[in-house]
Design a protein around this ligand. Structure first.
Ligand SMILES: Nc1ncnc2c1ncn2[C@@H]1O[C@H](COP(=O)(O)OP(=O)(O)OP(=O)(O)O)[C@@H](O)[C@H]1O
Ligand SMILES: [Mg+2]
Length: 254
């Protein structure tokens, strides 16, 4: 495992630094290989971006990490345990997925924040809910507001607040800023940096905004045609000689 890691990141590291490890992972559906021979590690407490063209398999790879889909070959190890040995509900508390749509349930902001606890037959006090809102720089006066009335940026902040309720160790972010205007996008970027700093979570972030990936990440995975072309530090990716990496990086901001 260590050898694979060193190959992938090109740096010294302890096995305990690895939050998620892919070992020869494949995903096939309808006789079509969507992901091929995926190897690599996502490092504990670091932010790794996944970049690559549309259809490269980025979202599919992310959904394997919280068992929304299951790998058809190979092994995924999370915190030293193979993913198959987790109860899916337990795993999804540990590994939270936030997507572009910032999906809300019908009801108030509080109803949405409380949802992860309600699913476990627990409740959230108003004081706790206000604390979560403050954490993501949302006004506590929003508590009883209908979630439908929030702006796109506010909904995304609320979905991040909700993702933190179960105190995850891994947060998966699938294009969380792509539907947002510049100011909201910047606010979410700052918020993610704050969450990473204060909660020491591992973040895996798919983005089509190459500048954002290079600016925000510790590590980058570059994907193309269902394969991981290179995983490396931002600096190494920027200086990569690989033609596929160069073509993806060359696109810069879309
Ligand atoms: N259920 C499915 N059945 C067949 N093919 C699928 C299925 N789900 C995804 N695919 C295919 O798998 C490939 C990878 O899809 P995926 O959504 O992971 O790409 P992506 O890199 O996230 O793309 P984008 O940047 O557009 O979001 C695509 O070619 C897609 O059409
Ligand atoms: Mg996608």
């Amino acid at each position: 495992m260590l050898i694979i890691y060193i190959e992938m990141i090109g740096d010294d590291c302890l096995e305990s630094d690895v939050a998620v490890q892919f070992k020869n992972v494949e995903y096939e559906i309808n006789n079509s290989k969507i992901l091929k021979e995926i190897n690599g590690a996502f490092i504990q407490g670091k932010l790794t971006s996944i970049i690559g063209p549309s259809g490269a398999g980025k979202s599919t790879l992310l959904t394997l990490i919280n068992l929304l889909k299951s790998a058809t070959k190979g092994e995924i190890v999370i915190s030293g345990k193979t993913i198959d040995s987790y109860d899916p509900m337990e795993l999804r508390r540990k590994v939270q997925l936030v997507s572009q749509e910032a999906t809300m349930i019908k009801g108030t902001v509080k109803d949405n924040l409380e949802l992860p606890l309600i699913l476990q037959n627990k409740n959230m006090t108003d004081e706790e809910a206000e604390q979560y809102l403050e954490n993501v720089d949302l006004s506590t006066s929003f508590l009883n507001k209908n979630s439908k009335e929030l702006s796109g940026g506010e909904k995304q902040k609320l979905s991040l607040a909700r993702a933190l309720v179960n105190k995850p160790s891994i947060i998966l972010l699938d294009e969380v800023t792509s539907a947002l205007d510049r100011n909201s996008k910047q606010a979410i970027e700052l918020l993610l940096q704050k969450i990473k700093r204060e909660h020491n979570v591992t973040m895996i972030w798919i983005t089509h905004d190459i500048n954002q990936a290079l600016r925000m990440s510790d590590y980058v995975w570059v994907m193309k045609n269902g394969e991981v072309v290179e995983t490396n530090t931002v600096e190494e990716i920027e200086n990569s000689k690989n033609t596929d990496v160069k073509s993806v990086i060359g696109e810069k901001s879309i």
